[in-house]
Write a protein that binds this ligand. Structure first.
Ligand SMILES: [Zn+2]
Length: 188
């Protein structure tokens, strides 16, 4: 199923399923959600082109509980927190959820595989909302280009006299912003 991207709506319409029945029937469903229709992503995106592709499959867990398996893929354009330019991010996620009837049953779901989360309200579950939520939760807190590809290089403090030449080769993956970009003065 493909949601009609025309019309300019700012949010996507709900897609409600009876998740317990969906699981028991081992149903499958796949579709696409335009990024432009996912308002909770708006703040972090550099642009809103593209779509999230999802596939959801119902099954019964090893302990006999109804469960859902999600596969999500998306090519997002985030904003680098250092240079504020476009930062492509390919997402490919798998999420599994056990369906529980009551909030107090959430503890029991701990018996399941540790990679499996539990959700309540399974009689009327909004698939689109869940897809949006999982994408939001998977995003890095402070996305940045790798240091050797970012247009703004970090301040050269790490290369000061005495620093090991190899320290500069250490991974650029740090998400902390210990060297926020200085205001651009005198640059052309
Ligand atoms: Zn950057």
């Amino acid at each position: 199923m493909v949601i009609d991207g025309a019309g300019g709506a700012s949010s996507v319409e709900p897609l409600i399923i009876d998740a317990t029945r969906f699981a028991r029937d081992t149903s499958k469903l796949a579709g696409e959600l335009p990024l432009a229709r996912l308002p909770r992503l708006g703040d972090v995106l550099f642009d809103r082109a593209g779509a999230v592709r999802y596939a959801v499959e119902g099954y019964m867990s090893a302990l006999g509980r109804p469960a859902l398996r999600f596969d999500l893929t998306a090519d997002l354009a985030l904003r680098c927190q250092r240079c504020l330019e476009r930062l492509p991010l390919h997402l490919n996620l798998r999420r599994e959820f056990v369906l529980v009837g009551q909030a107090e049953d959430l503890d029991c779901a701990g018996d399941e595989d540790e990679n499996v989360d539990a959700i309540t309200g399974a009689e009327s579950l909004d698939l689109h909302d869940l897809v949006e939520q999982e994408i939001v939760l998977s995003l890095p807190m402070a996305p940045c280009h790798a240091e050797d590809t970012c247009r703004l290089q970090p301040a050269p403090a790490k290369l000061e006299r005495g620093a090991s030449p190899f320290s500069a080769l250490a991974g650029p993956k740090a998400e902390s912003d210990e060297n926020p970009p200085a205001p651009a003065t005198g640059l052309d």
